[in-house]
Design a binder for this molecule. Structure first.
Ligand code: RFL
Ligand code: PHB
Length: 393
């Protein structure tokens, strides 16, 4: 079997790349290790930048996002018992964020892929990549118990942080990383959201975040130790801690309801440089991880994919490789700006085990400055809604 682009991984990055390439007349095969239901039902991201929503619209996969997604023009920062509104749209010339679950994005992209009739194989085992320095790199894998070989012009490693593509880049790459001394305990609850905007809370007991998925479903998180055992937390204990951290002096608090899903996620920052070797190109979490505090991982994956898809299509159209050669630098420039923002949000809003009273005073002062200075708030807003991107294909 041969294809122009072999894509490893059918998360948001792999599916979006496949669709973008399809729109530009380039064929691809997508190989995914897990089964379809698992990929579709994974509860992860919830916030799309304006650019990601615009890109989905531009690619013809934004109809349900515009029907069912929630457009938010502001966000709250809460500390010392008070919520402070950050008017995102007002500060950024009308840009907003969209609350739309990652699983919904994946569902829309899966359907789009199926309607193109192009190959998307689930439950592929033992994928490995070979000959990346040759013009005909190869992906070997097992499907239905049979060994398969797919030759490609290019391979896109969209297989997330634990995938097999990043290790295949070889020795010329360098990694930069930081782990954090905390994780997030996250729940989905059957309860109507009690606030029209997300609420990021700094509290003595640690960070907490109020978000949502729909008019009936609330999504909440709070900071816990990184190795926290979720089984230690009864539903009652989770609600008690959520309410303790989130309730403000004016009596605002999240609505309580049955917990539908709960888990603990560790947090890290991670960057691979460069994001390619030979004809193997990484995109999304395979190349970089950000802590979720800035709500950026999926959006960064969309940025990578836009630039990789554009570069590959330009190669087939003109035979030129300049965009492919620039891909890693272009992607890394945004990745580092996003790392900076996500790190800053994380260190401003969380309690650190080794901090002293100076640090918490400084954090509170940082938040006080942020919510009283239009300049500081504008900087937060322009990063949160996403720095400008040209989405023309
Ligand atoms: P994914 O989603 O991990 O998909 C990779 C896919 O590759 C498959 N795979 C393989 N397939 C074949 N062979 C192999 N050997 C394979 N190894 C792996 C996997 O099964 C999987 O299907 O990476 P991708 O596509 O790069 O997408 C990245 C996003 O998933 C991630 O950045 C976001 O979820 C991050 N994130 C958020 N991002 C946002 O933009 N906004 C948010 O609000 C936001 N909130 C979050 C988040 C991540 C969170 N967690 C769970 C870390 C909230 C949380 C709690
Ligand atoms: C979410 O709704 O899951 C969400 C929102 C904001 C974040 C992270 C996750 O920063």
């Amino acid at each position: 079997m041969h294809t122009q682009v072999g894509i490893v991984g059918a998360g948001p990055a792999g599916l979006l790349l496949g669709h973008l390439l399809h729109r530009m007349g380039v064929d691809s095969v997508i190989l995914e290790a897990r089964d379809r239901e698992h990929v579709m039902n994974r509860v992860r991201a919830g916030v799309l930048e304006q650019f990601t929503a615009d890109l989905m619209t531009h690619l013809g996969v934004g109809a349900r996002l515009h029907r069912e997604g929630l457009r938010h023009e502001s966000v709250y920062l809460s500390f010392a018992g008070r919520r402070h509104l950050v008017p995102l749209a007002e500060l950024t010339g009308g840009k907003a964020i969209y609350v739309y679950g990652q699983n919904e994005v994946v569902k829309d992209l899966m359907e789009a892929r199926i309607s193109t009739g192009r190959p998307l194989h689930y439950e592929v085992q033992n994928a490995s990549v070979h000959h990346i320095d040759s013009p005909r790199p190869v992906i070997r894998y097992t499907a239905n118990g049979r060994q398969q070989e797919l030759t490609c012009d290019f391979i896109a490693g969209c297989d997330g942080f634990h995938g097999i593509c990043r290790p295949a880049l070889g020795d010329a790459v360098r990694f930069y990383d930081r782990t954090y001394p905390f994780g997030w305990l996250g729940i989905l609850a059957e309860a109507p959201p009690s606030s029209e905007a997300l609420v990021y809370t700094y509290h003595d007991r640690g960070f907490a975040l109020f978000s949502m998925r729909s008019p009936n479903i609330t999504r909440l998180y709070f900071q816990v130790p990184p190795d926290e055992d979720i089984d230690r937390w009864s539903d009652d204990a989770i609600w008690q801690e959520m309410l303790r951290r989130m309730t403000t002096c004016d009596g605002w608090k999240p609505n309580v309801g049955p917990i539908l899903n709960k888990n603990v996620t560790a947090m890290r920052s991670f960057v691979t440089e460069p994001m390619c070797a030979g004809r193997l190109y990484l995109a999304g979490d395979a190349a970089h991880i950000v802590p979720p505090t800035g709500a950026k991982g999926l959006n960064l994956a969309a940025f990578d994919v836009l630039h990789l898809g554009r570069a590959i299509a330009a190669f087939y159209r003109t035979g030129k490789t300049d965009l492919l050669r620039q891909y890693s630098d272009t992607a890394l420039e945004r990745a580092w700006k996003t790392q900076r923002f996500s790190w800053w949000m994380t260190q401003t809003l969380h309690r650190f085990p080794d901090e002293n009273p100076f640090d918490s005073k400084r954090q509170l002062s940082d938040l006080g400055y942020l919510t009283s200075s239009k300049a500081a708030m504008t900087s937060l807003a322009e990063n949160y809604v996403g720095l400008p991107v040209d989405i023309e294909l």
